[in-house]
Design a protein around this ligand. Structure first.
Ligand code: GDP
Ligand code: MG
Length: 164
């Protein structure tokens, strides 16, 4: 089965998105960055197709200890094995320096990638304040979603199935 990896820096809503895709609350969502300490796998079905979603523990920009260092390393390791990357960024507050570093890193993998802008409950603000920056990264059209409120999840799922 195809594997879809949810990656991004801590706190952008990867686990919330995973739960939304898989259904039910399967992984812990927390305000503390980096609460996911392992990879969590879940089967997703959409339009008679199925794939395996993987919630990764996050690509720490500045690993503060050996555990975070290891978690980042392990996340990078599995990127090679994934069929599609969902790179999640914060669509409300925009990109950080860490996101720009991540962009450079992810570009090197030459993997199929969907840029997901999460926390977009206010689409007008996203269009003006964040979308232009996302375009400048040079990836394909970002998909604005709200994992928390379930907005545009169907559009994201369509796009995933289409790319697999
Ligand atoms: P992770 O570290 O990337 O796995 O992020 P989490 O899924 O644990 O979420 C981090 C924080 O962002 C939590 O407080 C979530 O409730 C919040 N969050 C996640 N998705 C959304 C969203 O779509 N909109 C808003 N406003 N907050 C969200
Ligand atoms: Mg998490």
């Amino acid at each position: 089965m195809a594997t879809v990896l949810i990656v991004g820096r801590p706190n952008v809503g990867k686990s919330t998105l995973f739960n939304r895709l898989v259904g039910g609350r399967r992984v812990i969502v927390d305000d503390l960055p980096g609460v996911t300490r392992d990879f969590v796998f879940g089967r997703v079905e959409w339009q008679q197709k199925a794939f395996e979603a993987v919630d990764t523990c996050g690509l720490f920009d500045n690993p503060k200890d050996i555990v975070e260092e290891k978690m980042k390393e392990v996340t990078l390791d599995i990127i090679d094995d994934g069929d599609l990357i969902l790179w999640v960024v914060d669509g409300r507050n925009g990109l950080t320096a860490a996101d720009h570093d991540l962009a450079n890193l992810l570009r090197k993998y030459k993997k199929k990638l969907i840029l997901v802008a999460n926390k977009v409950e206010n689409e007008a603000s996203f269009e003006t304040n964040v979308k232009p920056d996302l375009y400048s990264l040079g990836f394909a059209e970002p998909i604005p979603i709200s994992a928390d409120h379930g907005l545009n999840i169907d559009i994201l799922l369509d796009s995933i199935i289409q790319k697999l």
